[in-house]
Write a protein that binds this ligand. Structure first.
Ligand SMILES: [Zn+2]
Length: 65
């Protein structure tokens, strides 16, 4: 009998490396704290990266010579 078969190894969403999907890995499905933090950071960046509001009036203005 081997305990290894009870451990699931999944692909880390951050680094695509092996990640142990078990209670021993608190960062699952990530492989480590760095990968988890990196992913959360990416999410935060997306949240803060709002598109700059461009004035719609510029679109309707005729070309000025
Ligand atoms: Zn990773």
């Amino acid at each position: 009998m081997s305990d290894i078969e009870r451990v699931r190894v999944v692909k880390c969403p951050s680094c695509a490396g092996d990640s142990i999907y078990a209670s021993t890995n608190p960062y699952r499905p990530f492989c480590c704290a760095r990968c988890k933090n990196h992913d959360l950071g990416a999410w935060a960046n997306e949240e803060h990266r709002l598109p700059e509001p461009s004035p719609p009036d510029d679109m309707d203005l005729p070309p000025v010579h």
